[in-house]
Design a protein around this ligand. Structure first.
Ligand code: NDP
Length: 219
């Protein structure tokens, strides 16, 4: 690849691959959120950053005080935005102190808008130098389109601890498309930068759920 890899990252309830309810996540899993933050923020190379690409509704589901997601180049897609890929107003990434300490590293904007998922995936590496990976972070409508565009999928596979308790869900991945396009890859720990600490036990129990982190690669 002579472009940054495109990686979908998603948490879903197996086997139907449910991902949302009423515009929110169906569960509250702190360690899963910490994994998401570490994976999408960490890089192999110093001075590089990852991008997180999301649909307008997922952006709106992030509390304003937590967005844009720090240490990552955020891209929001909406059909209401202008053509191509444009920086949002006054969202420079990096403080003046950072700029002073390293004049050779110009701060690029932390928040971008695009009216097209395919265009923004094409344009991002050209507009933002030194991107290491592009993470597609949801939601359902974006994931449905990213199946055919991404190289890898990081899937948190969740099951209720007691079979009786499945949460209500109204947003799903296309499990059939995913199983035909992707295959399991056992190299998760090598795929993630060393800064990401994986649990020693592959299964995590939290809040009535049991889950594990998996990597899939395009067949
Ligand atoms: P999305 O976040 O996918 O946003 C949909 C919006 O994105 C559309 O309404 C449109 O915005 C814009 N959009 C979609 N495709 C394109 C395109 N090709 N070009 C330009 N704009 C586009 O919303 P969903 O409702 O589908 O998903 C939200 C659900 O997903 C929630 O329940 C959320 O909690 C869940 N989720 C779950 C995750 C998980 O890992 N379990 C992760 C992320 C979200 P506009 O209408 O402005 O034109």
């Amino acid at each position: 690849l002579n472009r940054p890899p495109i990686v979908t990252i998603v948490a879903c309830l197996m086997p139907e691959m449910g991902i949302g309810y009423n515009g929110k996540l169906p569960w509250r899993l702190k360690q899963e959120m910490a994994y998401f933050r570490q994976v999408t923020s960490a890089t192999f190379a110093d001075g590089r950053r990852n991008a997180v690409v999301m649909g307008r509704k997922t952006w709106e589901s992030i509390p304003p005080k937590f967005r844009p997601l720090p240490d990552r180049v955020n891209v929001v897609v909406s059909r209401q935005f202008g053509e191509g890929l444009a920086p949002a107003q006054s969202s420079a990434c990096g403080s003046p102190a950072d700029a002073a300490s390293d004049a050779s590293a110009p701060a690029s904007p932390a928040l971008w808008y695009s009216n097209s998922l395919t265009h923004c995936l094409d344009l991002l590496p050209k507009r933002v130098p030194d991107l290491e990976r592009i993470y597609v972070i949801g939601g359902a409508e974006i994931y449905a389109q990213s199946n055919s565009l991404c190289d890898y999928m990081l899937v948190t596979e969740i099951e209720p601890e007691t079979a009786a308790e499945r949460p209500p869900m109204d947003a799903f991945l296309n499990a059939q498309a995913i199983s035909s396009l992707f295959e399991h890859d056992r190299g998760l720990s090598r795929f993630l930068p060393p800064a990401v600490k994986l649990p020693t036990d592959p299964y995590i129990s939290e809040n009535g759920y049991r889950y594990n982190f998996a990597l899939y690669r395009r067949r």
